[in-house]
Write a protein that binds this ligand. Structure first.
Ligand SMILES: Cc1cc2nc3c(=O)[nH]c(=O)nc-3n(C[C@H](O)[C@H](O)[C@H](O)COP(=O)(O)OP(=O)(O)OC[C@H]3O[C@@H](n4cnc5c(N)ncnc54)[C@H](O)[C@@H]3O)c2cc1C
Length: 395
């Protein structure tokens, strides 16, 4: 059997369906998304969903700002609640990082992000349970918060489908079809071929082995990330997301009054096989959580650990994604989101659509060259000009 499409997207995670949605918005609807499992069933379903524009890399700050605008308008755009909760976002740093924080905030404002510095008393009013003594400065985004990556992916998929995009679940892609240095389509695991002049590979942590046979490397390590949920023992409704760059942790409220804890210390990572990894926190990680949360939030009097799980990050050498062309004509890769691909997904989708339709980004704040695959070979990594000591990876 064979069929055709203008564009095939391999992978129905949030990045793949965001690309399908954005293409459909630009009138490109002869699109087929092939997802081997179900939409959002990969790492999208495990996302903490934190929404902030706090990036030192200005193109990423701009992408997060685009994402935020879409999340804010989601009710009107998609007609459903995608789970975005605008609690606000606070980031706190110690003395060595004050200069970087201030420069980063200024850089963010220059690309349209609404962010400001606030002081201890402001944060104490919002987070009365926290010991703020070791912090020297705080950044604040009143429009930040957290979302639900799974629900957001479903909304993108539903919108794309209603515009005519074919979203095939339970449809593994076995291989790419190429003619010399050009992609001509894909072959599904059941032998069906789909001819297409453009193929977008958005297979997250599974990308490196999927593309290896085609003669170029996408340098992605798969890294396990553990999440613990906590019953804080006190009423925390309405507290903002708190990114603590002193103890290297982030916390946010969870539906039902729990607190979701994530570790921001990415200096010592655990590489794993994305198809066989421990899907819960280790005892050592639980101990670390108790220690970090106990130290930072003495106001959580009767806190207890509720549950844990783990996901994987697709980590590139500079902790930033690849969104762009490959050495094979017509073949694009959209992967390597390194643990921060949810908030920028709407902008990622739009950039993919721009690249497919026009060959370049339509948003001057988001130059496509920032995300080119060749930057690794050229040793021209995409790094913040204002790195944080101890927490440089994704800010
Ligand atoms: C624990 C955790 C916490 C996170 N927290 C945040 C956060 O707070 N904020 C934030 O912005 N980001 C966060 N992220 C990152 C964000 O969730 C991811 O970057 C994003 O979900 C990745 O989406 P994706 O579409 O690239 O990958 P995935 O969702 O993994 O989708 C890839 C899809 O490709 C499919 N696939 C693979 N191979 C094939 C094939 N051969 N044929 C067909 N289909 C195939 C898979 O089944 C999968 O559905 C977090 C991630 C994790 C794991």
């Amino acid at each position: 059997m064979s069929e055709t499409a203008d564009v095939v997207i391999v992978g129905g995670g949030i990045e793949g369906v965001a690309a399908a949605w954005a293409l459909s918005q630009r009138g490109v609807t002869d699109v087929l998304v092939a997802e081997r499992n179900t939409v959002g069933s990969g790492m999208t379903g495990k996302s903490s969903g934190i929404v902030r524009c706090h990036y030192g890399v200005s193109s990423l700050a701009a992408m997060a700002a685009v994402g935020l605008e879409v999340f804010e308008k989601a009710d009107d755009m998609f007609g459903v609640d995608i789970g975005f909760r605008q609690t606000g976002y606070v980031v706190g740093v110690g003395e060595p990082n004050v200069d970087s924080l201030r420069k980063s905030l200024a850089g963010q404002r220059s690309v349209g992000v609404q962010t400001e510095e606030i002081d201890h008393s402001d944060v104490a009013a919002m987070w009365p349970f926290a010991d703020l003594t070791p912090f020297a400065a705080f950044g604040w985004e009143s429009r930040g918060g957290y979302g639900d990556a799974y629900l957001t992916a479903q909304a993108f998929a539903a919108s794309a489908r209603s515009a005519g995009v074919r979203i095939r679940q339970g449809t593994p892609v076995a291989e790419l079809l190429t003619d010399r240095d050009t992609v001509t389509g894909i072959r599904l695991a059941d032998g069906t071929t789909v001819s297409a002049g453009t193929v977008v590979v958005a297979t997250g942590v599974w990308t490196k082995p999927f593309l290896e046979p085609y003669g170029f490397d996408v340098p992605i390590r798969v890294v396990r990330e553990q999440i613990v949920t906590i019953d804080p023992g006190v009423e925390t409704a309405g507290v903002p997301v708190f990114s603590d760059l002193v103890s290297l942790q982030y916390v946010r409220t969870e539906v039902g009054g729990e607190i979701l804890f994530g570790n921001s210390d990415l200096s010592d990572v655990e590489e794993v096989d994305p198809d066989r990894y421990l899907n819960r926190a280790t005892e050592a990680f639980v101990d670390l959580t108790v220690d970090k949360v106990g130290t930072r939030f003495p106001g959580f009097g009767g806190a207890t650990i509720r549950a844990s799980y783990a996901g994987c990050y697709d980590v590139t050498p500079d902790w930033n994604p690849v969104i762009g062309a490959t050495p094979i004509g017509g073949l694009f890769v959209v992967a390597g989101f390194s643990g921060h691909g949810f908030k920028i997904a709407p902008a990622v989708g739009r950039l993919v659509a721009d690249l497919v339709v026009d060959g370049r980004s339509a948003d001057p704040r988001i130059p496509e060259s920032d995300f080119r695959l060749a930057r690794f070979a050229e040793n021209d990594l995409l790094k913040t000009p204002y790195p944080y000591v101890g927490a440089g990876q994704m800010r």
